[in-house]
Write a protein that binds this ligand. Structure first.
Ligand SMILES: [Fe+2]
Ligand SMILES: [Fe+2]
Length: 338
């Protein structure tokens, strides 16, 4: 676990990171898909070089890995050993000497992989710069936790909510994607409401792997010319305007609207989607992905690859910028409404 005078755990078991006087920079990296196996050597090298370049260029204060960081899929990686993969991931991330928060995607624990979530979590927690908590064990998923950003006077500025959006419902891959469950949502909103007593203007950003159905809803509305949806940047690069959402509708977005504290949501999962929209007051952003291994032939693609930089200012305003590894960013979206 990260050990630094600017970092501690408070009495409510939330993490606290103290920011300096300069704007605070969070680099979202998603879908690294490290294989660390016999079949993935070339792709792993490319992924490591991409992450290294992004970290060096952006010099973040905090990195958030939004899932599918490791990929124990034997046909692509040549290994099911996600214990070894998690150890290698931690060693790699620690090399930057920048704190990093981790959350589970749907692939970190692949069907038939060696380690379960609990075992992988134990390895992540051991990282010298890692920030991770298993969270309330009565909730679905592992790794539902909150990082509070405090200013240098130790006053609460902003909350970062980290959630496990789970994997597959009832029986792995063939049952389709799971989603954030209602009790996870209830826990999140309750904790945010409690934190609001420390700062009446509290804003929060939420990070999880899988997109919400409302992201797709907003996109469809925008394509039909709905001016209430604000286009920020990026595109839907998946074929047939695909969003990898669950058929079970989570209540997270509706509850976030009611609660009013969450202003930004960051996900990954659909590697070719880089879209960012603002819908009903919440900015929803697909992080640019790193993947060289998961999607076949993705190493030849370049419009999706990079990171996403979130800059939090002292007045708690925040800005979000895609950081592509090349200069090419696709902004082609039908019905785009700037
Ligand atoms: Fe992925
Ligand atoms: Fe995924």
């Amino acid at each position: 676990m990260y050990n630094n005078p600017m970092f501690y755990r408070d009495k409510d078991n939330h993490f606290v990171l103290k920011t300096g006087e300069k704007p605070y920079k969070i680099l979202q990296l998603t879908d690294l898909h490290f294989g660390f196996g016999i079949l993935s050597k070339k792709q792993d090298k490319l992924a490591a070089a991409a992450v290294t370049k992004l970290v060096k260029e952006t010099k973040p204060d905090l990195i958030i890995l939004t899932g599918d960081s490791i990929f124990p899929y034997i046909l692509k990686a040549g290994t099911r050993n996600n214990i070894k993969q998690a150890k290698k991931l931690v060693e790699f991330m620690d090399s930057f000497k920048v704190p990093y928060a981790y959350l589970f995607g749907n692939h970190d624990i692949e069907m038939g992989s060696k380690g379960d979530k609990n075992q992988i979590a134990d390895i992540i927690i051991e990282g010298k710069y890692s920030i991770f908590a298993k969270g309330d064990r009565s909730l679905t998923g592992l790794g539902n936790y909150i990082i509070k950003l405090h200013n240098y006077q130790d006053q609460l500025l902003m909350a970062l909510v980290i959630l496990d959006s789970n994997m597959y419902r009832d029986g792995w891959y063939y049952s389709g994607f799971d989603c954030i469950r209602e009790e996870q949502t209830a826990w999140c909103m309750k904790e945010l409401s409690k934190l609001k007593k420390q700062n009446l203007d509290l804003k929060a950003l939420a990070f999880f792997h899988m997109p919400l159905p409302e992201f797709k809803e907003a996109y469809e509305k925008m394509k039909l010319g709905d001016k209430s949806v604000k286009y920020n940047f990026g595109s839907i690069g998946e074929s047939n305007d695909y969003f990898g959402i669950s058929k079970y509708k989570p209540n997270f977005f509706e509850k976030a609207i009611e609660n009013g504290i969450i202003k930004g949501i960051f996900c990954g999962h659909d590697h070719l989607n880089t879209l960012s929209l603002t819908y009903r007051g919440i900015m929803m952003t697909y992080g640019m992905s790193i993947d060289f291994l998961g999607y076949s032939n993705i190493s030849k693609k370049y419009t999706q690859r990079g990171g996403t930089l979130i800059t939090v200012n002292n007045d708690v305003s925040f800005s979000v910028d895609p950081v592509p590894l090349t200069t090419v960013v696709s902004n082609f979206v039908r019905g785009q409404n700037k």
